[in-house]
Design a protein around this ligand. Sequence first.
Ligand code: NAD
Length: 478
Amino acid sequence: MTGYERLEMLIDGEWTAGSDAASMAVENPATEATIGDLPLASTQDLDRALAASLQGFNVWKDTPALQRQGILENAARLLEERREQIARTCTLEIGKPLRESLMEIDFTIGVLRWYAEEGKRAYGRVVPARDIRVRNTVLKEPVGPVVGFAAWNFPAVNVIRKVAGALAAGCSIIVKPSEEAPGTAIAIARCFQDAGLPRGVLNVVFGNPADTSAYLLSSSIPRKVTFTGSVPVGIHLQTLAARTLKRCTLELGGHAPFIVLPDADVELAAQTAAAFKLRNAGQVCTSPSRFFVHSSVHDRFVGVFADAFEKAVVGDGLDDAATMGPLAAQRRLEVMDRLVADARDHGASVVTGGKRIGNRGWFFAPTLLDEVPDEAAIMREEPFGPVAPVSRFEDLDEVIERANSVEVGLASYVFTRNGGWAQEATRRLNAGLVGINCAAISLPETPFGGVDHSGYGSEGGIEGLDAFMRTKFVAEIR
Ligand code: NAD
């Protein structure tokens, strides 16, 4: 277990193993070895966390924004000092190559710094009154204690988007990171505690996800829930939240179309497609996952894409040579096998990959499928893995219709040199994020979020801060 984080929960400013002996093993997906034993919260622990989050909120909301910023900036500095150790923890528990983990921690620091700064700018406004004696003021206030549930695929970023947004707005938060990647979240929480965050403002708990979320959401203390994860779980949590009328921000799955128009820079498109598909072994909600390529450039695109996939070095993320790590869990391998078999049954060809690599660790070969018909399951179900289905198209109307034919709408990508086509695709694509000739669509300062079954609300940008605030209108006669 060397080099891995000590696994604890943070409740009311104290690190704890919880009030009962329940725990679960954390595994390294590259080796299948147990790397830690994670304590799980009892209902008494959750009650303590709820009470602490209310007390923490009462202290934090009345802490001046500039003072809050100072503490968040201290936490960012500590994260910077500890970045290499935290990145290693991230790779150990989720498998991504160390350089990707380092990029994730750097992005995490960027998100924290951006929110820390922006918290000072949660301005209200003065509305011109109808009577000279009246002053109409709109005030922004923190919404209240928050509960956040974060998925395993970005163990740092999924957590910081919730924690930093809440804290910058003046909210307290109970966060339940994924039980599959707890160490990274704990290491981040240590930075906040060591930075001087008052007790109860940030609480970290673990437990059976269904039981823990049902318990926390049945309490009227949290006034908001923020979740990153799958569509069915998002719908379930919104239903639970409705009973106590909590606000929701839901970052759910996607199934991003990647459209290559006939005039595109095909080399750039194929290299970008491969690089972003390999990232985190395709376990990214914005990962390009349905590749629609114009017939006239199809063969060149597939050739460059396949070549890039074949050059990928799949291995343990701690190995310097690895450019792609394992999948996070065995269940993801089973999904890849099923989707590839189904695509084959529907007449698709496997250009490269198509199966598990080795028999230890959850490694799956980067897989390029060609001539995949829309009826294949992979064209409707997000693979969340390194499997890329390619399909031809003939004209813009047809491809937009096919791109919009799923219920989710998170990311979308268009490669073209034609400004008119780019604008038309941007206007007509049903998605919260559009990348034109690029795939870099997530930044601390820009809103990140989807539409329809991809959820709603934004993390990042001024919209991300606003999501943790409520509005108060004051009419005052002098
Ligand atoms: P899953 O539906 O079992 O779990 C998704 C996440 O939700 C996990 O972190 C899990 O711990 C959590 N979860 C599950 N039930 C919960 C509950 N009742 N209350 C609170 N949290 C709960 O799926 P999975 O196999 O872990 O992940 C695969 C699918 O999840 C993908 O196909 C993808 O669509 C989606 N996903 C999306 C994101 C994202 O960034 N939006 C991240 C991870 C997973």
